[in-house]
Ligand binder design. Structure first.
Ligand code: ATP
Ligand code: MG
Length: 506
């Protein structure tokens, strides 16, 4: 976008000391005259017409105080992009009226037209070279940076140490730098705590380990133990065997006793069977039995007697077999051996306890190892986050540096400071300072500040691609300066001279 704004004709009625005056502007317009001839008022009439302010943006009432006048009127014929536009502002009894191409208009319409054409602060900065410096530094900064594109990541990476650039260039594929910073700041906070906890766990475990101090070496404990265990096992082998035999003996005796009782019982059975009389009458009808029946009864009794005898013999035989086995066995008294085994066990127990300490040590050592590993891992992750946070900080510093270089490249005599380093954190904080020859703008002389203003407004004009008239007031104070971009309106004090306006086309 390129916009060319030109002033063609200014008509002033009853504006401050000017009762009636017309100015035709050329490419260069010289306003000459002694002090108090109304030179500055001419510039003011334009800022008042457009914005109701003086040239530095303060509200202005130009109603004449030295003579009677019904109304104040300023109208300006502008040419914007080859189109004429006639704007007028009138002040009558404290009431403002607006004209667009001679058509009475509302304030809102008037302001809208202006806003659409150009930004107020930008226009006034171009028109009045000192205006820019009256703005808040943040406004000044944003105006200068408005047209400067921030350096792309790639460009910034080139200026970073390789390690940082490599790391960030991979990470930015997934997250924005701002998000990365948030992630790793949160991670750092978490890991700082985690690392302290991990360190104290390792410390506690190591202390526990140090407290485990077995005096006898494991090998001798094991040798001693295996000797005792061997002895104890040998004894137990004997006692176990003896106890099996003794148990068997007990069992045999119990069984034999039971069989003796059985035998007595069967014997009694036999005797009562023997004494039983043979029946010769029918149990039911009580009639004498016939011969063959008697015979049958006899045979049946003999059979029963035979069975009892057989049973008796069987019990006797079995008992004899058990007695035979019992006779071969010998009961052994193992109480002495058992006592020995118990004594050995008493020696074994403390040794085993000592050996268990070694096992505990091994477990503790493993725990210490894994605690140290996790401590190291936490530290690595923590360092990684710190590295990334630092890299991002350096990235922003580099980015700021490149941006500052870009901005600085626009200026010839001015140096522009866009960032300052926060002492405590080392981070870059936006600022805006303009210096000329190492001096702050505020310290400059009148001519120096005009020159500084002219350089700045030309940069703004180039960057915004807006060409606008420039009003250099008090130009007598400056002997030489670079001609600004756009129409030049120069006001100069000339002793003893009435107000004269000379305009020339170049
Ligand atoms: N409201 C007003 N009504 C009448 N006269 C005014 C009013 N305001 C200012 N003046 C006077 O207008 C005259 C012109 O002022 P102006 O500032 O334009 O002069 P100048 O030519 O720029 O002077 P200098 O060379 O001192 O900068 C001055 O005498 C000033 O006092
Ligand atoms: Mg003046």
């Amino acid at each position: 976008m390129k916009l060319q704004i030109k002033f063609k004709e200014l008509v002033i009625k009853n504006f401050k000391s000017h009762q009636d005056i017309k100015v035709n502007f050329g490419e260069r317009t010289d306003i000459l005259g002694d002090n108090a001839q109304g030179k500055s008022s001419l510039g003011e009439s334009i800022s008042w017409l457009l914005y109701g302010t003086d040239t530095l943006g303060s509200k202005l009432d130009p109603t004449p105080v030295t003579y009677e006048a019904d109304e104040t009127l300023v109208s300006l014929l502008l040419n914007v992009d080859d189109k004429d536009l006639l704007l007028g502002r009138e002040l009558k009894k404290g009431k403002a009226k607006y004209y667009i191409n001679e058509v009475p208009s509302k304030a809102t319409e008037f302001n809208e037209i202006l806003d659409q054409l150009f930004d107020k602060d930008l226009f006034l900065s171009l028109f009045i070279p000192t205006y820019f410096f009256t703005l808040h530094w943040e406004k000044q900064r944003s105006m200068v940076l408005q047209y400067i594109t921030a350096p792309v990541n790639k460009e910034v990476f080139k200026g970073l140490p390789k390690l940082q650039a490599d790391k960030l260039s991979v990470l930015v594929k997934k997250h924005s730098l701002d998000d990365l910073e948030k992630i790793h700041r949160a991670n750092k906070t978490k890991l700082d705590k985690q690392y302290i906890a991990a360190q104290s766990r390792t410390k506690t475990l190591k202390e526990q380990l140090e407290q485990q101090s077995p005096t006898v070496p494991l090998e001798s404990l094991q040798a001693e133990l295996s000797q005792f265990v061997k002895e104890r096992n040998a004894i137990e082998e004997v006692t176990d065997k003896a106890q099996t035999t003794n148990h068997r003996i007990n069992m045999l005796q119990t069984q034999i006793n039971a069989m003796m009782q059985d035998r007595e019982y069967i014997k009694k059975q036999y005797e009562s069977l023997k004494a039983e009389e043979l029946q010769d009458t029918c149990r039911v009808c009580k009639q004498p039995l016939k011969d063959e029946s008697i015979e049958a009864v006899k045979t049946e009794k003999e059979q029963r007697v035979g069975q009892v005898k057989e049973k008796f013999q069987d019990v006797v035989n079995k008992r004899k077999a058990l007695e035979e086995e019992l006779n071969k066995l010998e009961s052994v008294d193992v109480s002495e051996q058992l006592e020995k085994a118990r004594a050995l066990q008493e020696k074994i127990n403390p040794i085993e306890y000592e050996i268990s300490k070694y096992k505990q040590i091994k477990t503790l050592e493993e725990q210490v190892n894994s605690a140290e590993t996790s401590e190291k891992e936490t530290l690595n992750s923590l360092n990684n986050s710190i590295f990334i946070i630092d890299a991002i900080k350096d990235f922003h510093a580099k980015e700021a540096e490149l941006q500052a270089e870009k901005v600085q490249g626009l200026f010839e005599n001015l140096s522009i400071k866009l960032f300052e380093t926060v002492k405590t954190t080392g981070e870059m904080k936006p600022t805006f300072e303009i210096q000329m020859d190492g001096k702050d703008y505020r310290k400059l002389s009148l001519s120096e500040s005009i020159r500084a203003g002219l350089e700045l407004r030309d940069v703004l004009s180039q960057q915004s691609e807006i060409i606008a008239p420039c009003f250099v007031d008090n130009a007598e104070s400056i002997t030489k300066f670079k001609e600004p971009n756009g129409q030049l309106i120069l006001s100069r004090v000339v002793a003893g001279q009435e107000l004269t306006i000379e305009s020339e086309e170049k």
